[in-house]
Design a protein around this ligand. Structure first.
Ligand code: PMT
Length: 410
């Protein structure tokens, strides 16, 4: 499934904007990897970044003079800043400090980096790095949510030990992960920030048998749930993937249990407990026939041309999981597939099922939700929400795992 960075970065023109944080030194490795993948890299640095790393180091690795000021006559004569903003076919900001994110959100253009970001029409990716309190601050979270809404790709941050000796979300993602993310590929394991965490994920549809040849089903392919499993495993989690009938290979290192019906899914979920996190990405049938007819139902089985099926409610696995306080779950995450009034229904499910987080997708839109490779979503939790722009399910899964980590540590 993975796309290699070389496949997509060869010949790409990347404008790397380096912000003023201790993680600026890691951007050197980003340049090295981008060049190795065949990309041209032009580096622009903020004044703060130059306190941490000398422009000459980036020049040596990129092979091009580094841009540091709007007011550099010689550099402007060679390539004006608007020309540079147009030259790029991808802008990457790494590390993106809280200050830089705020300026980006509010359209500031007070120095070279912010001006370039405002003037470019190329896609922008940001790799935030900062103190964990700064990352968690509502102002930063609001800025990030708005940037995501505008289609900015957010890579990380990772959770772990920070420069000041404290732990939490705020570490710059590893250079390999950043390069893979902007190449559109799968983000490699980022240092195991989910190590020691056991996650149970449900995926795919359930099939409710009517007779030996017929069943009630739905259009879930399992792609969203499997992408979440892959993302969590790359972050070091132990994953039990309980899947309805799908045609997908088992993610490496996942423990997979295949089921058919909602009742079987429920049984496997509770058999797999205890766990730290439960993610219900499966499209579980809400109704099942009262009983399975042992032989194929014939056309004349009923009076006239019509056939009546009696359906009964299936167990609501997610609601039951969320109610069970004895199984030690730290976070219960549900999905909501809605065709209308998405926010309203999702928020109601968040409250009625007593969830920590719900991810709502609009399934009425072509190319999103069921079956396809892309999805868009809005996540809601008590007191907060975050939009995720349309993109590959693999990317959405990475973003959701980041959010799940944030909520776990909130
Ligand atoms: O599999 P894909 O093709 O990639 O598509 C992904 C998806 C659209 C299926 C997925 O992103 C998604 O939205 N999954 C949930 C679909 C759904 O059944 O939503 P719901 O609103 O009916 O259910 C709400 C939540 O309750 C879900 O977490 C569901 O897993 C859970 N549920 C529902 C009924 C039930 N009996 N038991 C449950 O646990």
């Amino acid at each position: 499934m993975g796309v290699s960075a070389e496949d997509t970065l060869n010949g790409r023109r990347i404008l790397l904007c380096v912000g003023g944080g201790i993680a600026a030194y890691k951007a050197l490795e980003v340049v090295r990897r981008l060049r190795r993948a065949g990309a041209q890299v032009q580096v622009a640095m903020t004044a703060g970044a130059q306190h941490f790393v000398a422009p000459l180091s980036f020049q040596a690795l990129s092979g091009l003079p580094v841009r540091t000021s709007l007011w550099d006559d010689a550099a402007e004569a060679a390539m004006g800043h608007i020309e540079l903003a147009r030259w790029a076919d991808q802008v990457l900001i790494a590390p993106a400090t809280a200050d830089l994110l705020a300026k980006l959100t509010h359209g500031f253009a007070e120095d070279l980096v912010t001006t370039l970001c405002l003037a470019t029409t190329a896609p922008i990716a940001v790799a935030p790095a900062m103190n964990h309190c700064m990352w968690r601050h509502p102002a930063t979270q609001a800025n990030i949510a708005l940037l995501r809404q505008r289609g900015v790709q957010v890579i990380g941050p990772d959770v772990g030990l920070l420069a000041e000796g404290e732990s939490g979300p705020g570490r710059l993602s590893e250079p390999e992960a950043i390069v893979t993310a902007i190449s559109g590929g799968m983000v490699p394991m980022t240092g195991g920030d989910l190590t020691g965490i056991r996650i149970i994920i449900t995926a795919g549809p359930t099939y409710e048998d009517i007779d030996p040849v017929r069943y009630l089903g739905n259009r879930s392919s399992g792609k969203m749930g499997f992408a979440l499993a892959e993302s969590a495993i790359r972050r070091g989690a132990e994953v039990v993937l309980i899947s309805g009938p799908v045609h997908l290979p088992t993610p490496e290192k996942a423990v997979r249990m295949d089921v058919r019906s909602a009742a079987q899914m429920r049984k496997e979920v509770f058999a797999a407990m205890p766990a730290d996190i439960f993610i219900g990405a499966a499209a579980v049938a809400d109704y099942t026939p009262r009983s399975i007819v042992p032989h194929k139902i014939k056309k004349n089985a009923s009076e006239g041309d019509n056939l009546k099926l009696e359906l009964i409610r299936t167990p609501d696995i997610l609601a039951e999981v969320a109610q069970r306080e004895d199984i030690g779950l730290k976070l219960v995450v549900g999905f909501a597939a809605e065709t209308n009034d998405v926010a309203d229904y999702a928020k109601r499910k968040l409250a009625s099922k007593r969830l920590d987080l719900i991810v709502a997708n609009h399934v009425g839109i072509t190319g999103q939700g069921f079956e396809g490779d892309d999805n868009a979503a809005t996540a809601y939790w008590p007191g907060g929400e975050r939009d995720f722009a349309a993109g590959p399910k693999a990317r959405l899964a990475d973003d959701l795992i980041n959010l799940i980590l944030e909520r776990l540590h909130a």
